[in-house]
Design a protein around this ligand. Sequence first.
Ligand SMILES: Nc1ncnc2c1ncn2[C@@H]1O[C@H](COP(=O)(O)OP(=O)(O)O)[C@@H](O)[C@H]1O
Ligand SMILES: CC(C)(COP(=O)(O)O)[C@@H](O)C(=O)NCCC(=O)O
Ligand SMILES: [K+]
Length: 258
Amino acid sequence: MLLCIDCGNTNTVFSIWDGESFVSTWRIATDHRRTADEYFVWLNTLKKLHDIDGKVTEAIISSTVPRVVFNLRVLCNRYYDCRPLVVGKPGCELPVAPRVDLGTTVGPDRLVNTVAGYDRHGGNLVVVDFGTATTFDVVDDDGAYIGGVIAPGVNLSLEALHMAAAALPHVDITHPERVIGTNTVACIQSGIYWGYIGLVEGIVRQIRAERDRPMRVIATGGLASLFDQGFDLFDKVEDDLTMHGLRLINDYNKGLGA
Ligand SMILES: Nc1ncnc2c1ncn2[C@@H]1O[C@H](COP(=O)(O)OP(=O)(O)O)[C@@H](O)[C@H]1O
Ligand SMILES: CC(C)(COP(=O)(O)O)[C@@H](O)C(=O)NCCC(=O)O
Ligand SMILES: [K+]
């Protein structure tokens, strides 16, 4: 079985592919201090709880947090007796190389989303990922990542308001019906929610204008569905996009003999 690990700045997601489907997906807060032993105890407990019998024999990691990769590698070596592929590192090839400025390091999650989006929808695509940051990844007609947009994430924006303004409380994101808030909480929720709708609409419109061709828009990440309600922002929301991409990149590299 293949263990796919998608480590973001907020959460790390583990998913097990049994050769036919992802049998389980588990989420843990990202913390670079977590050791290989801690990961293993946690993973093994969940694996038993879900009656997953097979052995993990291979692994692939995408991490936007460089420091966590060391212990994830140790996890794979020590407990699964395998050398993981690490997206963006030597030994892990992509089907199509990104076309960006010389010396630029693209977030591995964005490369993975590009591969997954191209596989499912073909080129001329925008993938929007609502994570710690909200990213827009632009995919060319041959499947290459050719750049995009990085905006502050929804929860990061809410947190920033709370941190910087003494009188503003911590607020959870919601979909307010009205734009004009009649109390502080409603005003903040409106600012973030409607601000984000405008941000996504505006950025997609400008990407389409800059590319001067039709572009489909696929969204992923925990908060994508919140922004999908009642609007025409996305052609599709796909929560499993990053995991799908990790599996494809693993297959691609194993096909190359990695
Ligand atoms: N379904 C959800 N509802 C509300 N907040 C969510 C949901 N899913 C994720 N989040 C929040 O969205 C932010 C981004 O989460 P995540 O997608 O895991 O980010 P990353 O990939 O950067 O680690 C976090 O603050 C997380 O708590
Ligand atoms: C933009 C990101 C912080 C998004 O990370 P996430 O929200 O998934 O934790 C990550 O993709 C990153 O660190 N990128 C490096 C710069 C770039 O992609 O151009
Ligand atoms: K992510």
